[in-house]
Write a protein that binds this ligand. Structure first.
Ligand SMILES: Nc1ncnc2c1ncn2[C@@H]1O[C@H](COP(=O)(O)OP(=O)(O)O)[C@@H](O)[C@H]1O
Ligand SMILES: [Mg+2]
Length: 420
């Protein structure tokens, strides 16, 4: 159950319903509670209210909508499609018993149509199926999760960029149920595999040497699996061999990962950013990891300016990591923020114990974190996902084609055909 994960601002609600009558509402509320959803998400008002409400707020993961008061359900639901974001699973119900309507609704992207009166068990079945789709692997998914690409850059060495990149990748897999690739571009000294207690293998080295070999199959073979939803591409290239590549390999890898996974996290050492600036162009989000020191302040200013001019469409999250409690700060957060002319989005306290424990267990820090340290991690992955889904982010500009057509797209083309 990932309800708490979705509770934060900017992210989708797990569930919302709009129903026309008390009987339906009374049946839905306890079933919602069984799923860990708030019974208050069962609203009165049917399709019309759904459209009104969704036009001003984010779409939920699962939307139940009552079509009973709709004179022309198929046409009316077009209005819903206009305001409903891709990825939402729509379950409709109504009184019209017409197999053609059912078929048309399903063809238009509606997940299920429950004919009134329906039973509690029918309701449970359809919710269970919807949830299995939401958490299922990409191949079986009926919903599109547009690819989310995040680059994590440390403003200086040792600020914890790799720690946060690994944790973010793990969170996207484990908590957001996205198949995720971690691409560790610290080719000689990468810790992406090590941090997950894995051998890096030769995948990344092979890719750099033979970029023309990179395709879907290559990705499948070369990536090392950390768990069901997280794979890593990392290297420990011999330190007597300089990195010789024009960056084609990295570009290709990015392309293939976009096709094969629902999210990519790139651990991008800052010198690689200078060498291969295109690595950030297609990233929806750049996580800039800093510490509260004078040197990091200077480099944060420079890095933010660089991002503004080189990747203006990329949303930036500024993280202050390893912030000591007490007065041991080189520069205060306030002064840091004043200097970089923006606020810090997320603060990770210094926690040497936790860092050591994570390293010893070969687990990402996010997996081991509890209490005060768990909050910023959830914040990080939530922010990444909500930034990536915002209008005008690189997602819209350069997103991969959706695995399946969206509800909106489907409906539009179907209605166009009907009108013709
Ligand atoms: N919040 C933190 N508190 C304490 N130690 C941390 C924290 N974040 C990272 N570390 C530790 O700092 C060291 C450097 O982290 P790393 O992620 O490799 O930095 P970078 O990739 O920026 O060079 C690691 O040993 C890591 O465990
Ligand atoms: Mg690193």
């Amino acid at each position: 159950m990932n309800a708490p994960f979705h509770a934060r601002a900017g992210l989708r609600d797990p569930f919302t319903a709009f129903v026309c009558d008390d009987a339906t509402a009374d049946m839905l509320r306890p079933v919602a509670v069984e799923h860990g959803w708030s019974p208050e998400k069962v609203n009165k008002g049917g399709l019309r209210n759904a459209v009104q409400s969704l036009s001003v707020s984010a779409s939920p993961n699962i939307l139940f909508v009552d079509l009973s008061e709709s004179g022309d359900p198929l046409n009316d639901i077009n209005a819903l499609a206009e305001v409903c974001e891709p990825g939402t699973i729509v379950i409709a119900s109504g009184q019209v018993n017409d197999v053609r309507l059912y078929r048309d609704l399903v063809a238009s992207g509606i997940h299920d149509y429950l004919l009134k009166p329906f039973t509690v068990d029918q309701l449970r079945d359809t919710f269970a199926h919807a949830q299995s789709i939401l958490s299922g692997p990409r191949g079986e998914a009926q919903v599109d999760k547009p690819h989310v690409m995040t680059a994590v850059v440390g403003v200086r060495g040792g600020v914890g960029a790799s720690t946060l990149a690994t944790s973010l990748a793990w969170l996207l897999g484990e908590k957001a149920h996205r198949t995720t690739a971690l691409l560790d571009l610290d080719v000689h000294f990468g810790t992406g595999a090590l941090a997950l207690d894995l051998e890096p293998g030769r995948g990344l080295t092979d890719a750099i040497e033979n970029p023309s070999r990179i395709d879907g199959l290559f990705i499948e073979r070369a990536m090392v699996r950390a768990n069901e939803r997280l794979s890593v591409l990392s290297a420990e290239a011999p330190i007597n061999t300089p990195l010789i590549t024009d960056g084609t390999a990295f570009f290709q890898l990015q392309e293939e990962m976009r096709n094969a996974f629902e999210s990519t996290v790139i651990d991008l050492p800052r010198q690689m950013l200078i060498q291969y600036p295109h690595m950030v162009h297609d990233a929806h989000v750049a996580v800039v990891v800093a510490e509260l020191t004078l040197a990091a302040t200077r480099d944060t200013i420079r890095l933010l300016a660089w991002l503004k001019s080189n990747a203006p469409q990329t949303k930036v999250i500024v993280v202050a990591n390893g912030v000591p409690s007490g007065g041991a700060l080189e520069i205060s957060k306030k002064d840091f923020e004043q200097s970089i002319e923006r606020s810090v989005d997320i603060v990770f306290p210094e926690d040497g114990k936790l860092a050591a424990q994570a390293a010893k267990l070969g687990k990402p820090m996010a997996e081991v974190a509890t209490g005060k340290m768990a909050g910023p991690f959830a914040q990080l992955s939530n922010m990444v996902l909500s930034h990536a889904s915002e209008e005008g982010s690189a997602a819209e500009v350069k997103g991969a084609p959706a695995a399946k057509p969206s509800l909106v797209g489907n409906l539009k083309s179907m209605l166009a055909k009907k009108a013709a």
